[in-house]
Ligand binder design. Structure first.
Ligand code: SAH
Length: 344
């Protein structure tokens, strides 16, 4: 099995059966070797530096009804909010003082925050913080709207494809959404020039190892600049409330596989990973991740952006907790980088 790992490191690709063996392998020595190889590649590419991104959750209103997501439109048990342009700019000002040079605006697909409005916000951030990267994660839009956002000064876009295979996608989403359209959006984003991120939830309901291999092959084709992976975590007020959470171990394995496939790609150690286990963040870094996205949202809205239960947003997950995050990173020999951290 170690030969496959060496092969992945050298060739950045494996035959399908080898992915299967690697993903199902239970041998701790092999897994350790996989993480170690991935870590070596990250260290060569980025040194012991971890890029930070300030996450601003701009709205928990959503027109979609994804079965896994706590802010789906059918959930009547949450208090909805949307930030104003001024609130978002205040988050950026706060973040800039703390040292952030990337702002990520994420939210539900909220019709009330029109594309014209988002363009206004992007334009304002672009003029006040010309040295910062602006990342958007606002779901599916038309080619024209993505292009207008790019022209207004947005640089990066995160849109996980969630799962490649159509029938599995349909088990996670209502009829009106489709895997094809989501993948089309990703191709548009790349074509327009965004540094584009995709990814999946690991252990989402009904997911098989073959689904994950199809995700790997899709990502291999797409060649994104960023890859986001987190374990699925149930939310009590969704149809998937009773499904078990995804595996941290499998998430970490995949993270290492992607690091070996794409040495330069930006991979966050995600909040979902941090939410499941106390040291999930650090495990992610040790498996090859090189980005963390602390929460810069106003503290009174953080709890309301509940995609899944027990989402971490305090302590080292919070933007104010950067010192704590840095101390934690130091225990494993890493430190925060204050650079903008573009894909190179
Ligand atoms: N509306 C945007 C942002 C969605 S939230 C969009 O459509 O892209 C960002 C990510 O959180 C989603 O892409 C999904 O992969 C993840 N997510 C949602 N619900 C989750 C859950 N219950 N467990 C783990 N991750 C979840």
């Amino acid at each position: 099995m170690k030969i496959w790992i060496d092969c992945l490191r050298n060739e950045h690709h494996l035959p399908t059966e080898a992915y299967h063996e690697l993903l199902t392998c239970q041998d701790a020595e092999v897994t350790d070797y996989l993480h170690q190889q991935a870590r070596e590649v990250s260290l060569t590419q980025f040194g012991n530096k971890v890029y930070i991104r300030g996450l601003i959750e701009i709205s928990n209103c959503c027109k979609n009804d994804c079965y896994y997501c706590g802010i789906r439109k059918s959930n009547t048990h949450i208090e909805r909010y949307r930030l104003t342009k001024e609130q978002i700019l205040d988050c950026c000002r706060e973040g800039y003082k703390l040292g952030f040079r990337t702002f990520v605006m994420q939210g539900g697909e909220d019709r009330a925050q029109s594309v014209d409005w988002v363009i206004e916000v992007v334009t304002a951030i672009r003029s006040e913080f010309p040295d910062c990267a602006i990342t958007l994660s606002l779901g599916e839009m038309s080619y024209q709207d993505y292009e207008r956002l790019y022209d207004a000064g947005a640089n990066r876009y995160l849109l996980r494809h969630e799962t490649y295979q159509s029938s599995h996608y349909q088990q996670l989403h209502p009829q009106e959404m489709s895997a094809q359209h989501r993948q089309q959006c990703l191709r548009w984003l790349k074509e327009i020039g965004f540094q584009t991120g995709t990814g999946i939830m690991v252990g989402s309901p009904h997911q098989t190892i073959d689904n994950i291999i199809e995700d790997i092959l899709f990502i291999e084709q797409l060649k994104p600049q960023m890859i986001g992976l987190g374990p699925f975590i149930p939310h009590q007020d969704t149809p998937f409330a009773q499904h078990p959470a995804g595996s941290v171990e499998l998430t970490l394995k995949l993270l290492s596989i992607f690091r070996l496939m794409f040495p330069q790609v930006l991979i966050p150690s995600t909040t979902a990973l941090a939410s499941l286990g106390g040291d999930g963040r650090l495990k992610g870094i040790l498996a090859g991740a090189n980005v963390v996205m602390p929460n810069l949202s106003p503290s009174n809205t953080r709890k309301k952006y509940e995609l899944y239960n027990n989402k971490a947003s305090l302590g080292a997950e919070a933007a104010e907790g950067l010192t704590l995050l840095n101390e934690q990173l130091k225990t494993i020999g890493y430190e925060i980088s204050m650079e903008r951290g573009d894909y190179k």
